[in-house]
Design a protein around this ligand. Sequence first.
Ligand code: NAD
Length: 379
Amino acid sequence: MATELRTGSKSLRAVMGQLRSKGVGGDGENEKETLRVLCYDTTSWVSDAFQPAVKAFNADPENSFQMMIDFTTERLGPQSATYAAGYEAICTFVNDTADAGTIQTLSRLGVNMIAQRAAGFDRVDTKAARAYGMTVARVPAYSPYAVAEMAIALLMAVNRKTSKASNRVKMANFSLDAGLLGVDIHGKTVGVMGTGKIGQILCNIILGFGAKLICYDVFQNEEVKKAGGVYVTKDEIFAQSDILFFMMPLLPATRHTLNMDVLPKLKKGMMLINTSRGGLVDTKALLQGLRTGVISGVGMDVYENEQEYFFQDWSAKRIQDPDLTALLGEPGVVMTAHQAFFTKEAVNKITQTTMENLRDFKLGKREFDHPNNCIPKDD
Ligand code: NAD
């Protein structure tokens, strides 16, 4: 069960009491030390996955300490960092922000570990974390298949208009008129920017369509080349791709890879699929591309300013973000709310690796060469 923390008249002590009563683990049945963890941005899948994992951990006599995880629906940020008083570690997700100020507050409160239950850590200031001696771990790979397969699902929904077609058929409209025409993927030129773990799997699926695969990455992946991918320059991938996938992380160098300057370089009528991070796309440029027909459709599982909206039900509320409203009104847009990772296999792996990261932290294994440590030696 997720616990909602709210600032207000309640004292922090009362709120923390409420939190602890609804958490899991650390029941004091034995004398073992307890690692207290506060899990931010909790939705039901998170507590449903972690509660049994914590129970199993605590029931295992091999474990030298107990784990206790409390859950809050609050996002981590400079204000909500104060909720972590009394916890040694916190667990965060893709839209939690651990900037320098937040890390300073966490450190002051005695938090020494951020366990990111995701691969990307673009919202964690790793330099600040290093300065405050904070361990930051992540789940480097949970199911690259989940994300690659979702990227293809988005492509098919954009190209073959499957959501629109299904909605129409459910309303007994069986006509093929008005915008259902798609194209064969077979024979098209498909570009993949970022050929890492997810990108490589995607490349293999694309080759299965019988498409021509072109790639761009700062490092060339030999497996992708062997399979039939051809590396080209950034301008070439923009110019030649009928379909373009963004599969690279959000970094200063990749922020707004799609921007106003890139629009004239794109093949007219191309489709863009982004399952990586919203910040790879300048939303205003995307809207311009859609309105001018340069971009015929976009499949997006991520959105630049998603943190205000994603993982929450806004169906009965007014969306205040005009760019998001504009995107939702564009016929060529298929948008999902950051769910590409969301398969049973991925959730199991996220839970398992996060529990291992927390265990390793408590056992003192915080080395920079720990495979899940986000802070590289030379950061
Ligand atoms: P990865 O680290 O294995 O691969 C990333 C690739 O991007 C690497 O090959 C790297 O060299 C390349 N890259 C780095 N800088 C680049 C640049 N400037 N231009 C082009 N390529 C560049 O990561 P991954 O596991 O394949 O994940 C990719 C991204 O997918 C993650 O960073 C994350 O943002 C996103 N992701 C999204 C979801 C979701 O649910 N939507 C889930 C998991 C991951």
